[in-house]
Design a protein around this ligand. Sequence first.
Ligand code: PDD
Length: 284
Amino acid sequence: MTSKLVYLNGDYLPINKAKISVLDRGFIFGDGVYEVIPAYGAKALRFEHHMQRLQNSLDAVRITNPLTNAQWQEVLDKLISETGPEDQYLYLHITRGVASRDHRFPDETKPTVFVMSSVLQPVEPALLEKGISAVTLDDIRWQHCNIKAIALLPNILLRQQAVDQDAMEAILIRDGDITEGAASNVFIVNDGVIKTPPKGKKLLPGITRDLVVELAKTHNMPVEEVAITEKEFLAADEVWLTSSTKEILPVTRINEQQVGNGKPGAVWRDVYEKYQDYKETLRQ
Ligand code: PDD
């Protein structure tokens, strides 16, 4: 369920009344950026981190942030309370605005700002018990995957290719190394060491990823942000995917081959529980 009201350019409206121009550059060019923020106990998880990533995305595409963090907080709080007491995820979408169709930036446009909140369905227990299937695919995306751009055609094509092969996620490979999933970050465990590819332009700096790394470090678990070759990846004892909406998912089949012993691993379980404990602190 999506919030009864959504935010569009300063107004709170029922979703069927929220309309934008067909000349919006988001519609015409995919010219914009977005954020997805989970909220537990009516509190956005890692609000400042999400705001910083949003600012980085906006700076990278040269759109001025239309709201202050306090104003963003106000919008999120209003939509969360409209949606109800359930866990939710907020979707924030900013485009360069409305202008006649021309590739170059328009001289003066006001960014379009759209925000909605939806109930966050918990991950099905069966998936956590059995783990999920993934396939590896060539990372066909661009050179700026650190920007959370709304233009997601490659990600969508890759995800669908995975689904067509009865898998839940595509895990992407560029120049022989793992980058990330179509809509998630990737972790492996080898000989007890947790590894995830380093941040840079080849992947989105996931907020969940960073939290997992932080939780592991806080609990003195060995964790490394290092390049992971396809070969190392395919021989990993455990593979996990992280994202704001799916948290930490264990992957137990890759390209129809079993990962480790074919069951979600002990290190995953440990980190998953620590993540749940962290979430609980927001509800207090
Ligand atoms: N996507 N990498 C990509 C390409 C993503 O699209 C996402 C999340 C992540 C994980 O980032 P985070 O932990 O901050 O959610 C990594 C969101 C959930 C989406 O597009 O719906």
